[in-house]
Design a protein around this ligand. Structure first.
Ligand code: SF4
Length: 258
């Protein structure tokens, strides 16, 4: 049996949420911030996939930004159809943020293009793969990596649309490291993948995650803990202190009744 890497991240947020979703099969209630995040995530992945297709089709940063703006406008309604619960004002806010980020992308490409030329700059900034499926019997893990970048080695980038912390959420660190482990096996890497990134779109910033030995161990410990829940261990309602986690959790209504 394999566990989805995203479940390890959920465990880090709250072990009981793993029990509610993966054992009891409960769906979280619709929470506006979650719906917004899912829509944001989907729109950005559509955009990134198109960015890769523009290699060779545009000549400079201005052309790139203009082509990607068209993609956003054309994809917006199509992607929105898959997320009917997202509030219209949230969807419009996502569209504005994504369009604003394109300006920053254009500036970065221009900057790198000064040394490398436009095509090489765009190639460097474009992922090798988007939504890349990975799976391992040995690790008992599976998942889909938002972006796999290829430089002198492959590394994962996880897109997060939530509010970012000062550094990187623990669950996001575990998720990126788990993807690195899966990727090492998938591409038969000769060396360990030293780092990956979390891309917090609200900021927007790419924050590094160093795949240290202790983080690698934490991935395996979290995986073991998740398997115990799947085998029948029921986590308590977490003593979250301020209760802020429960307030933002889609299971808050059902959780306390079980
Ligand atoms: S409501 Fe609170 S205790 Fe229950 S799953 Fe959500 S975060 Fe965990």
């Amino acid at each position: 049996m394999k566990v989805a890497v995203s479940v390890l991240s959920s465990y880090s947020f709250c072990p009981r949420s793993v029990y509610l979703s993966s054992v009891l099969g409960l769906e979280p209630d619709s929470v506006a911030s979650l719906e917004r995040g899912l829509f944001d995530h989907a729109l950005r992945k559509t955009l990134i996939a198109k960015q890769m297709e523009l290699l060779g089709a545009v000549d400079d940063a201005g052309g790139l930004v203009s082509a990607l703006r068209d993609v956003v406008e054309r994809s917006f309604g199509v992607v929105l159809e898959d997320y009917p619960s997202v509030r219209r004002e949230d969807a419009e806010a996502v569209r504005s943020e994504v369009l604003a980020d394109l300006g920053a992308l254009g500036e970065r490409v221009s900057y790198i293009a000064e040394d490398l030329g436009f095509d090489a700059a765009l190639r460097r900034m474009s992922p090798w793969r988007v939504d890349y499926p990975v799976s391992s019997e040995k690790l008992s893990l599976c998942g889909r990596i938002d972006k796999v970048m290829k430089e002198s080695f492959y590394y994962p980038v996880e897109i997060k649309t939530c509010s970012p912390p000062e550094s990187v959420w623990e669950g996001d660190r575990i998720q990126v490291c788990a993807y690195a482990l899966l990727l090492e096996e998938d591409v038969q890497a000769k060396k360990k993948i030293p780092y990956g990134f979390v891309e917090y779109t609200r900021v927007p910033e790419m924050r590094p995650v160093m795949n240290t030995d202790s983080l690698r161990k934490k991935v395996s410990e979290t995986s073991e803990a998740v398997f115990k829940i799947l085998e029948g261990v029921v986590p308590d309602i977490c003593p979250h202190g301020s209760g802020r986690k429960c307030e933002s959790c889609g299971y808050s209504k059902k959780c306390y009744e079980i």
